[in-house]
Design a protein around this ligand. Structure first.
Ligand SMILES: Cc1cc2nc3c(=O)[nH]c(=O)nc-3n(C[C@H](O)[C@H](O)[C@H](O)COP(=O)(O)O)c2cc1C
Length: 352
């Protein structure tokens, strides 16, 4: 077990709040993105990219589960359906120090469908329940499920309720609901994130019908105003693309949703706090360009933001590039004189 995980287990674990979450996103919510996100908000629950049980069991387990303790609270998302394998991987999640283990029942890609992973499992609530039960028996961590409101051919309200009932009877009490169906025949994963219409009212109805369950809403949420509205009907919100493309949004989360000051006073300060981590990663042999692409959104919409991104694009891939590229890029953006540029009171919209 890594030292960091041992240390963490010595402490009392408390269940993370899911009031505000950043969604699992393959190739996007890497350890480097998450490290930046954590400089902006202490309370946001972060999710890893999906890792399949097959990759964890037959591949380089330590590499797939690698993260920095600074990223906590952090949930590991698994893709799989074999109960023994899911149980094994849930135990690994605990061993490695994660705060939650989540099962992906929402991914529509063909590749995963062929392996009975992701959204296709919505057609097999008993199988999901069996997997969830095995995971719960294998770990003390909370086991949660992220799913759609249906899939093509199985998109009725009653079928959604059957899914929730079977999986909650297996012991799952937290459901993260992407408020649109997945069309498994004929739409790409990307199209499946935009084309099927959002039905937020279905998620609200789930919370009303199953008030004892924790229901987190996901899909198309961009502003704090929208979050506040959803929180009137659900227990938490999960943002994906907006949190990635505009990570500064997270700088307002602690104030807005947790009544605490956030850790970063400015974008520059947050980015400076990431540099030592980038240096450690460079020392391990990680390429700068592999990490810097996840920092690109930080100055989104800011004067100088384009120059920041351009400087990184033109220089990060060069052999031997180090953190000085990020420093140089940052120097292209005017730094606010007064570091405290967050509004004193909670912003009503995404912080500019
Ligand atoms: C690039 C990308 C990768 C994604 N990978 C995953 C994944 O690994 N697991 C998962 O459950 N959802 C994945 N999703 C879906 C998101 O978690 C989320 O459900 C979806 O983007 C809708 O939320 P949003 O509108 O706030 O982005 C991915 C989305 C994107 C854009």
């Amino acid at each position: 077990m890594p030292e960091q995980a041992q240390e963490k287990q010595a402490n009392v674990r408390s269940e993370p709040s899911r009031r505000f979450c950043v969604a699992p996103m393959m190739d996007w919510t890497t350890t480097h993105y998450r490290y930046l996100a954590r400089q902006l908000s202490r309370n946001t629950l972060l999710y890893t990219e999906m890792v399949t049980t097959g990759a964890l069991i037959h591949g380089d387990t330590a590499r797939f589960l690698r993260h920095d303790p600074a990223e906590y609270p952090l949930a590991l998302q698994l893709g799989g359906s074999n109960p023994q394998e899911l149980a094994h991987c849930a135990a690994l999640a605990e061993q490695y120090g994660f705060d939650e283990v989540n099962l992906n029942v929402g991914c529509p890609s063909d590749r995963v469908q062929n392996n009975m992973i992701g959204a296709c499992l919505m057609a097999y609530p008993d199988k999901v329940a069996e997997g969830v039960r095995a995971m719960i028996n294998a770990t003390r961590l909370p086991v949660t499920v992220k799913h759609r409101i249906g899939i093509d051919g199985r998109e009725s309200w009653d079928e959604l309720c059957e899914f929730i009932e079977k999986v909650s009877e297996a012991g799952c009490r937290t459901f993260i609901v992407h408020a649109r169906i997945a069309v498994l025949e004929g739409l790409s994963p990307k199209e499946n994130r935009d084309i099927p219409p959002l039905k937020y009212d279905w998620v609200y109805r789930l919370k009303a019908r199953y008030p004892h369950l924790e229901i987190i809403i996901n899909g198309g949420i961009k502003t704090f105003d929208e979050c506040r509205q959803h929180l009137e009907h659900t227990d938490g919100v999960m943002l994906g693309r907006e949190a990635y493309h505009n990570p500064w949004l997270l700088a307002g989360v602690d104030t807005e949703f947790f009544g605490q000051a956030g850790p970063a006073q400015s974008r520059h300060e947050a980015l400076r706090a990431v540099l030592p981590f980038l240096q450690d990663e460079l020392d391990r042999g990680v390429f700068l360009s592999h990490m810097s692409r996840h920092l690109m959104g930080l100055f989104h919409g800011q004067p100088g933001g384009r120059q920041f991104r351009r400087y990184i694009s033109e220089n990060a891939h060069k052999p031997g590039s180090g953190v000085e590229v990020i420093e140089q890029a940052m120097a292209r953006v005017p730094e606010p004189e007064n570091a405290s540029i967050l509004p004193a009171t909670a912003p009503s919209k995404t912080p500019a």
